[in-house]
Ligand binder design. Structure first.
Ligand code: SF4
Length: 329
């Protein structure tokens, strides 16, 4: 819901300022229409339905995986595709993977989103509307900006959305922003007073390989990115999550585990936590590493004093796992 348009419309209708808060209270708690906002005058409900679209996104498709994961494909009012995912965990967590852009201007070679045409940055309302869609299915409590796009390239809208997410049930402490290493954004995030989490998509410690996988590495070399992450850690006193997608024969060797441990190790044992991500083939040239190779890589990192876990893969049967968001645009 475009809250600016809502406020402006209510103002034009001569309604008192508390009406906007009333509408938002209902919406953020999962109402699915103006119709259901029973403490709003009936006439006002129907005027709002005509003048302020209930969502800035239209749902085009919703896929449900066997493990409870739900992936939604939306369209913006001007026709851009956006995807978001709800992951339900056994411990009760309900976590959202949100998109910040339609498509992505960065072209990481292993990523399905990076292979599609870049549309545009999403507005804060379009980000929040992804979360509201899933809130209508039930309570939600965590979010990661790990869907389509590089969130730190659209940080104003992402931070504005983070201002609203606590009303939907997702506090700043339970929100993490994932980046490929967009340094100006990391610097701003470190200075933001909210306890927003930071995740770095690292994928290779060797500069030549990293640039081949993620061209952004030429603009912001890993060494500088890690310095920015370590500053974030010092200021926030929060661990930085390192995401490392495991590509068979590309970045999963023993030597590469040692390189990664060396790159991260000098910052001290509590600065980083590594998440090894089994790769989901997306029709690209890459294959995922075997469980044995992933475990050997993890064990080597641990042996060198880093905390490392293997991410549970969710929603693989509906292409909702990491790196698989790519609506045909
Ligand atoms: S991994 Fe992230 S930054 Fe890279 S192309 Fe995909 S969406 Fe963009």
């Amino acid at each position: 819901m475009d809250l600016q348009l809502l406020a402006q419309t209510l103002d034009e209708l001569g309604e008192p300022p508390f009406r906007a808060r009333q509408v938002w209270r209902w919406t953020s708690r999962g109402a699915d229409s103006y119709e259901s906002m029973t403490d709003l005058p009936l006439a006002l409900r129907s005027v709002l339905a005509e003048r302020v679209p209930f969502s800035t996104l239209a749902v085009e498709n919703e896929a449900h995986a066997r493990d409870g994961t739900v992936k939604a494909l939306f369209r913006t009012a001007d026709g851009h595709p956006v995807e978001a995912v709800l992951m339900r965990y056994r411990d009760g967590r309900r976590s959202l993977c949100l998109s910040s852009q339609s498509g992505c201007p960065l072209t990481c070679t292993f990523c399905a989103t990076g292979q599609m045409r870049f549309g545009r940055n999403l507005t804060a309302s379009e980000v929040v509307d992804q979360a509201l869609h899933f809130r209508r299915l039930g309570p939600v409590d965590h979010a990661v900006f790990m869907g389509m796009g590089e969130p730190l390239m659209n940080l104003d809208a992402v931070l504005a959305a983070c201002e609203r997410l606590p009303d939907v049930g997702i506090t700043a402490r339970r929100t993490a922003i994932s980046t490929v290493g967009w340094i100006p954004g990391i610097v701003r995030l470190a200075a933001d007073p909210r306890p927003l989490g930071l995740a770095l998509s690292l994928h290779a410690a060797d500069p030549v390989l990293r640039s081949a996988l993620m061209p952004v590495n030429d603009r912001y070399p890993l060494e500088d990115v890690l310095a920015a992450c370590e500053d974030y850690h010092r200021r926030k006193r929060r661990k930085v999550f390192v995401e490392y997608v495991m590509l068979a024969g590309i970045n999963d060797s023993h030597v590469q585990a040692v390189q990664l441990a060396d790159a991260l190790g000098s910052a001290g044992p509590n600065t980083y936590k590594v998440n090894l991500i089994p790769y989901n083939p997306t029709g690209s040239a890459f294959e995922g590493s075997s469980p044995k190779a992933i475990e050997a890589f993890r064990a080597e990192l641990e042996r060198r004093g880093l905390r490392a876990t293997v991410r549970l893969t969710r929603g693989r049967d509906i292409d909702a796992a990491c790196g698989q968001l790519a609506a045909a645009g």
